[in-house]
Design a protein around this ligand. Sequence first.
Ligand SMILES: Nc1nc2c(c(=O)[nH]1)N[C@H]1C(S)=C(S)[C@@H](COP(=O)(O)OP(=O)(O)OC[C@H]3O[C@@H](n4cnc5c(=O)[nH]c(N)nc54)[C@H](O)[C@@H]3O)O[C@H]1N2
Ligand SMILES: Nc1nc2c(c(=O)[nH]1)N[C@H]1C(S)=C(S)[C@@H](COP(=O)(O)OP(=O)(O)OC[C@H]3O[C@@H](n4cnc5c(=O)[nH]c(N)nc54)[C@H](O)[C@@H]3O)O[C@H]1N2
Ligand code: SF4
Ligand SMILES: [Mo]
Length: 733
Amino acid sequence: MSENAITRRSFLAGSAGVAAVAAGAGFLSFNAWEQADARGTSDIDHHTAHSLCNSCSSKCGFTGYVVDGKLGKMIGDANHPNCEGTLCGRGYGFASIAYNEDRLTDPLKKNGGKFEKITWDQAYSEIAEKVKAIIDEKGPQALAMVQDPRPSGSYYTKRFMNALGSPNVYTHGAACNMSKNAGFTQVIGTGDFTSDVANSKMTMFIGRSYADAIKPSQLHAMQKAHENGAELVIVDPRLNNSIAFADEWVPINPGTDLAFILAMAHVVVHNKLYDASYIAENTVGFEEWADYLKDCTPAWAEEITGISKDTIERLATDLATAAPAASIEPSWRGAYGCSYANSGETARAVCCFNTLLGCWNQEGGAFFGNSVKAGNLDKEKFPPVPKPEGKIAGADEYPLSLAGMGVNVYAAELAKKGEIKGMFFYNSNMVAGYSNPKYLEDCLSNLELSVAIDIQMTETCQACDYVLPDTSYLERLEVPEFIGGKIPAVSLRDQVIEKIHPNTKPVDEIFTELAEACGVGEYFPFTIEELADAQLRTVGLTLDGLRVAGTARFPEKTFKFGKTPTWKTPTGKIQFSSDACHAAGYPSVPQWTEPVASVPEGDNYFRLIGGKQAVHTHTQTANVPALMNISKQYNLDRVWINASRAAKLGIAEGDEVEISNDEAKGTVKVHVTERINPEALYMPSHYGCSSKDEKTAYGFGLRQMDFVPFRIEPGYGGICSQEAIVSVRKVGA
Ligand SMILES: Nc1nc2c(c(=O)[nH]1)N[C@H]1C(S)=C(S)[C@@H](COP(=O)(O)OP(=O)(O)OC[C@H]3O[C@@H](n4cnc5c(=O)[nH]c(N)nc54)[C@H](O)[C@@H]3O)O[C@H]1N2
Ligand SMILES: Nc1nc2c(c(=O)[nH]1)N[C@H]1C(S)=C(S)[C@@H](COP(=O)(O)OP(=O)(O)OC[C@H]3O[C@@H](n4cnc5c(=O)[nH]c(N)nc54)[C@H](O)[C@@H]3O)O[C@H]1N2
Ligand code: SF4
Ligand SMILES: [Mo]
């Protein structure tokens, strides 16, 4: 530990030097240090270290205060762009995972359905033998990796797979935001943008809740916009908790956002509320889209969306009036990240609509920010890995999907077909979260090699043959994390506490040693410290410096509003029409496409929707007692049902109901509320864990994914997580 620890003395010595490297660094104050040092005597081990929360993709930066070897407190780092000094409850709660009684402590192998402890040497040699056999038989394309992008995880998993010759490195994207990013890419040539909410006159949130699905900096921006008097509108079948800072809830029918946006576009185009010269200079396909939009009247959309034509007309006009300091916020997952068969097309429509507002790179509108990346490294020390042959599996079948994410569920299907024979899972609970768990388990059971690298015994671990125990994020140093934005940044996950379980290993060691066992060790002749330091030196920093600062900003790269971006589309323009979409079987301009599943007539049918709760992340926090106690105390596992629909079914608040469809059946209590659209049944996303070795999580609530039929969105590759209809009845009725 000692070389990672920043003792009081080295902190004071280092802080003078670091000011030069960490522009704007808001590292801890002397007072804060004094608090951590309350016991004041020099014989007690006490130090601080900067880390990045691993509870969600925001990876907020914080300072960990360690006393007697244990994490005592965490303070969000003010200069970390996603956190701005505030951590959310999940961040604090999840840190206790390091000390969780269900931690994986040793490598495991499945034997006759039961797991037994094995040595690392045995694990490496058996896995390597299978890897080699698979490559000999079917080539490296028969291997795949699924990983949740974390700093070291992204680097080492990709390098390992590419060293073996496989291009098949998947993220969780197809179960998160890939359809959205892919749809955006077709229009604006890039997968994401940022709404300048804080400075906007009006922002519309379509299926995005800053207050439930938290990134602290976004919530700060929303609060600021609210205080500034901006018009903030929430379009959501469910009245989410962001309403505290918003003006209006638009309770749309689930899966119909595309019709809503098309009708708003109709209003703006029909009433000529757009900047014609901007459209003429920057876009292709406008006439074709405008022609299609003629029939997309607010009255037409009212039928589909359940939103009155007057509301649609008013909101579209308000947005156009507030433009260019207005936008539809990019959203993340809820409405069109991966939910429906029309998600990618909905995303396209969002970007087309924002184009009508002329808001790109305008203050208060939507912008693209700047980024900083690590430069080239010394080739001797960090030998480049040859690019694997061929494309990631699924790229041809889902031509609009993004190669950087890949269609992870298609890889599972290939496993079922015997075309993929070996799969690795790093920091990923695919089985419980990426589509129907029963189906995914079945796919994985066909593999010759399945390896999960995790910290707790999840459903995915249970479905694999080998389970390797990572250290928790608090116990390891990782590759630096570069973060784009208004002022780009680089941030460090340093080791905060000593390893707790001696037989666990950090991710960098696992993949370095696995690579050696598989005969490709020549690509890993460096330590994580050497790699991190080399990357940082390419941007004028050092590992020692960033260890003290935690986060460094690049003010010289500050983004400036006003400049029209270079559009990285095939035409070099914003594309109302896309040849690639047309080739993939969609209309060339975004048109109304229905979701595949529709709610049948009958009092007891609903569309099942999901959504985050502020105290949990996906499937990974349900086994954290501190967070689960909140869920239990407040009955957070209840499903939400609309009050008038409940009345028809004789269902009252707190009743036990049975939810069923062809995929699954289960009972749970209900929350009867006016805060949900009558068509929708909301099941919180975080419960229903089926792994008995996660003792806190097991058996609490239902799992939304159990009710979702396995389906992949044509072209885009999303998992269609809300193409699920369920029937509801009161238990005992
Ligand atoms: N607390 C918490 N915060 C998180 C995470 C977490 O797990 N927990 N995860 C992080 C990650 S990885 C992600 S992707 C983001 C997700 O961020 P979001 O996408 O904002 O999160 P969700 O809660 O899934 O969905 C947002 C809203 O979409 C609504 N919705 C559902 N269906 C529809 C629809 O058809 N149309 C419309 N208009 N709305 C719909 C839901 O009711 C919900 O209120 O959150 C990030 N932050
Ligand atoms: N049921 C359900 N499914 C979902 C979602 C949901 O909320 N509920 N959300 C969707 C969204 S938005 C996304 S982005 C994806 C996210 O999908 P994933 O990225 O797979 O997220 P989790 O389900 O939280 O699983 C994370 C896994 O990483 C493990 N882990 C945590 N820390 C470490 C570590 O330090 N090292 C290693 N090796 N493993 C670690 C956890 O134990 C857990 O098994 O899921 C999607 N699917
Ligand atoms: S938003 Fe919360 S859970 Fe996510 S990284 Fe930040 S502190 Fe952790
Ligand atoms: Mo996500």
